[in-house]
Design a protein around this ligand. Structure first.
Ligand code: FAD
Length: 592
C-alpha cells in the first residue's frame, strides 16, 4: 500500500527562501515565522500520513453507498473527519468572527496540498465546504453569515456547489432549474443537478447546498441565473435544525476515481431556497469564487502527483532489474535497482521537476490572492485572474502525466490495483475535467484574460519575467542554466501573444485553435520563472552556509533539468500556434 510523508522541507523552502513571506509586506504574513509554519506543516503532516493516507485505498475500494436515501461514506471516513473538525483545520484561513483562525490563504493552501496528497477523495468534503463558505462570506447578508458560517467553518455542517445539469455543463446559460418566489422572501427550487461533489454523506449534521437556478425576469442565458442557499435541513431562528428540505439524492455516480467522494445526482422538488447575493447576479457571484476554486483544483493536479512520485522513488530504489550499463551498482545482488537506469531517472526527474515547480507556482498564486484581498491590490488581482486558468489547466494536465509516469516506474505492478498506483492515476484524471474542463480554461485564458483591461495583466507578467532576468543578469551561475532559457521561453510566449493579436482579429479560430498550446506555453514559462527563482534562492542559501547542502544542490540540479528538458517545449507550442486555424479546421465534420 502506498505511503505519504508531507514534504515539509520543500514547503518551507518555498515559503521562506523563495517567497520570503515574512518580508513580503503582505498584511498577516509577518506572523508566518519559520517556527510557526514548521509547526503547522508538522501537525498537518502527521494527520495526513497517520490518518488520511491509510484511508485512501479504503475509500477507493469501498466507495460511497446510498441506502434508503442516505449516503454513507467509506469505513473510517467519519472518524477521520472528526479529527479534521476537532483540529480546527477548516478554519485555518477563515475569519475569526466565524470561528476561524484568520491566517493567510497561503497557509490554507500548504495544508490543503498535504491533505489532498494523502487522500484527495476525502478532502473534497472539506474543500467544497470551504468554497461554499467563501461564497457566503462574499455575498451573504449579515443574517445569512451568522446563520451558516460558524457551523460551516467548524465543519458541523458542510457545503456543496450545484451548477451542473444533465444538458448544461460548460454552457450554464441553458440550465433549467427554476426558482419561484414564494411571496415570503424565500424561493421554491425545482430541478435536477448532476455530478455534485459531497452532495450528501454521513460526515456532518447538515449540508448547505449552493444552487444556481433561474428566477423569473432575468432574461435569457446566464443573465437569468441566481444563486440560492438550500439547506438539507432548514435552520430555525434559534439555530437548531428544523424539517428536512425537499432535496434528495437520486443516485451516486459510479465513476473512474475518487470513489470515496460522493458524487451525487441531486433532485430539488420545490425545496426552500434563500437568495444569496443579487437577484440574477448568480454567475457574477460564482465568478468571485473562481480564482480560489480553480487554484484548489490546480493544486490537486500536482498534490496527487507528489504522492505518486514519493512511492515511485521508493520503488525505483528497491526493485532490482538489469544492470547499470556503466558497471554494476549492486554486485552482490542478482541485479541493480532500477533507479540506476537513465530512462527511469528521466521519468522520475520529469515528475520531480514538475511537482516542485508546480508547488512554487501554486503558492505564488495563493500569495497573490492574499495580496489582492489583504492589501486591496488591484494589480495582484489582475495577475492572479490571468494566471488562474494556467494553474488549473496546465498543472492538472501535467499532474496527470506525472502520475502516470510514477505508475510506469512500477511496470506491470503499476497496473495492478494492490500497489495503489492505479488509484493515483484514476484520481488524478478528474481535476482535468471539473471546475471547467481544461479546454475551457484555455478558452478563458486566450478569449478573455489575455485581452482583459487592454492586455495590462499579461504585460505585467512579462515585466515580472524581464525584471527578474535583468536584476540577475550579472549572476554567471544563473545565466546559462536559468536566465538564458527563461528569456528564450518568454520570447516564445510574446511571439504567441503577438500572433493572436495579429491573426485573431482576422479570424477568431486562429486564436482558439492555438489556445490549448498557449495555456501550456504559458505554464512552462511560469514554471521556468519558478525554477529560476528557486535556483537563485538555493544558491543564496548555499552561499550563506545553509546546513543542508545536498537539499539546495538538488534544487539547483532539478531546476537545471527543468530548464534543459522541459522548457524547450515552448518552441513546439509556438510552432503549433503559428500554424493557425487551417490545420485544425481543414476537415469537414463527415471526415472525422
Ligand atoms: C467527479 C465529478 C465531480 C464534479 N463535481 C461537481 C460539483 O461539485 N458541482 C458541479 O456543479 N459540477 C460538478 N462536476 C461537473 C463538472 O464541473 C463538469 O463535468 C464540467 O464542467 C464539464 O461539463 P460537462 O461534463 O457538461 O461537459 P461539456 O460542457 O459537455 O463539455 C464537453 C467537452 O467539450 C468541451 N467544450 C465545451 N464547450 C466548449 C467551448 N465553448 N469551446 C471549447 N471546448 C468546449 C469541454 O472542454 C469538454 O471537453 C463534477 C464532475 C465530475 C465528473
Amino acid at each position: 500500500m502506498p505511503s505519504y510523508t508531507a514534504p515539509a522541507k520543500d514547503i518551507q523552502f518555498i515559503l521562506h527562501d523563495v517567497l520570503n513571506v515574512t518580508e513580503s509586506g503582505i498584511p498577516g504574513y509577518e506572523e508566518l515565522a519559520q517556527d510557526f509554519t514548521a509547526a503547522v506543516i508538522d501537525e498537518a503532516g502527521k494527520l495526513a500520513s497517520e490518518v488520511l493516507a491509510p484511508l485512501n485505498a479504503v475509500g477507493d475500494k469501498e466507495g460511497c453507498r446510498l441506502e434508503n436515501g442516505i449516503v454513507y461514506t467509506p469505513e473510517g471516513f467519519k472518524e477521520a473527519f472528526d479529527r479534521v473538525r476537532e483540529g480546527g483545520w477548516n478554519g485555518l484561513d477563515l475569519p475569526p468572527e466565524y470561528g476561524g483562525q484568520g491566517l493567510p490563504y497561503l497557509i490554507g493552501t500548504a495544508v490543503g496540498e498535504i491533505f489532498v496528497s494523502a487522500n484527495m477523495a476525502f478532502n473534497t468534503y472539506q474543500g467544497l465546504t470551504h468554497g461554499a463558505i467563501g461564497a457566503i462570506l462574499a455575498h451573504g447578508t449579515d443574517e445569512q453569515k451568522a446563520t451558516y458560517l460558524p457551523k460551516m467553518v467548524s465543519l458541523d455542517w458542510t457545503g456543496t456547489m450545484n451548477l451542473t445539469e444533465p444538458h448544461a455543463g460548460t454552457d450554464l446559460g441553458i440550465m433549467r432549474t427554476k426558482a419561484e418566489p414564494q411571496g415570503d422572501g424565500t424561493y421554491s427550487i425545482t430541478g435536477q443537478k448532476i455530478f455534485i461533489s459531497a452532495g450528501d454523506h454521513d460526515l456532518s449534521e447538515n449540508v448547505i447546498h449552493l444552487v444556481l437556478a433561474k428566477a423569473p425576469g432575468g432574461g435569457e442565458g446566464t443573465k437569468g441565473i441566481s444563486l440560492f442557499i438550500v439547506p438539507k435541513f432548514l435552520v430555525m431562528e434559534n439555530g437548531s435544525l428544523g424539517r428536512r428540505n425537499a432535496v434528495s439524492v437520486g443516485k451516486i455516480e459510479d465513476k473512474m476515481g475518487i470513489h470515496g467522494s460522493a458524487t451525487c445526482v441531486m433532485n430539488y422538488d420545490g425545496a426552500t431556497g434563500y437568495l444569496l447575493g443579487e437577484l440574477h447576479g448568480g454567475m457574477k457571484a460564482m465568478f468571485t469564487m473562481m480564482n480560489e476554486a480553480r487554484l484548489g483544483v490546480g493544486l490537486q493536479g500536482y498534490a496527487v502527483a507528489e504522492a505518486a512520485y514519493q512511492n515511485a522513488v521508493a520503488y525505483a530504489k528497491d526493485r532490482l532489474q538489469g544492470r547499470d550499463v556503466t558497471g554494476a551498482k549492486n554486485p552482490d545482488g542478482p541485479a541493480d535497482p532500477i533507479i540506476v537506469h537513465p530512462d527511469v531517472r528521466r521519468n522520475l526527474l520529469d515528475q520531480k521537476c514538475f511537482v516542485e515547480g508546480a508547488r512554487a507556482f501554486t503558492y505564488w498564486g495563493a500569495s497573490l490572492i492574499d495580496k489582492a484581498r489583504r492589501a486591496d491590490d488591484a494589480a495582484a488581482e489582475g495577475l492572479i485572474s490571468l494566471l488562474t486558468p494556467v494553474i488549473k489547466g496546465f498543472l492538472t494536465d501535467k499532474g496527470f502525466e506525472a502520475t502516470v509516469g510514477a505508475q510506469q516506474v512500477y511496470g506491470g505492478h503499476g497496473y495492478i490495483e494492490e500497489w495503489g498506483m492505479s488509484q493515483f492515476a484514476r484520481d488524478a484524471r478528474i481535476p482535468m475535467i471539473y471546475e471547467g474542463a481544461n479546454g475551457v480554461q484555455a478558452l478563458d485564458l486566450v478569449g478573455r484574460k489575455l485581452a482583459a483591461d487592454g492586455g495590462k495583466h499579461v504585460m505585467a507578467f512579462f515585466e515580472i519575467v524581464k525584471t527578474f532576468t535583468r536584476e540577475n543578469d550579472g549572476d554567471e551561475a544563473l545565466k546559462a542554466g536559468f536566465l538564458d532559457p527563461l528569456k528564450a521561453a518568454s520570447k516564445d510566449l510574446q511571439a504567441a501573444s503577438m500572433f493572436f493579436v495579429q491573426e485573431g482579429m482576422k479570424n477568431p479560430n486562429a486564436a482558439l485553435a492555438g489556445s490549448y498550446d498557449f495555456m501550456h506555453l504559458m505554464g512552462h514559462v511560469c514554471l521556468g520563472l519558478m525554477w529560476a527563482r528557486m535556483a537563485r534562492a538555493a544558491m543564496a542559501a548555499l552561499a550563506a552556509g545553509a546546513p543542508d547542502r545536498p537539499f539546495h544542490e538538488a534544487k539547483i540540479a532539478t531546476g537545471r533539468y527543468y530548464m534543459a528538458r522541459q522548457l524547450p517545449a515552448t518552441k513546439m507550442h509556438l510552432a503549433r500556434i503559428q500554424s493557425g486555424a487551417e490545420p485544425v479546421m481543414a476537415l469537414d465534420e463527415v471526415d472525422f
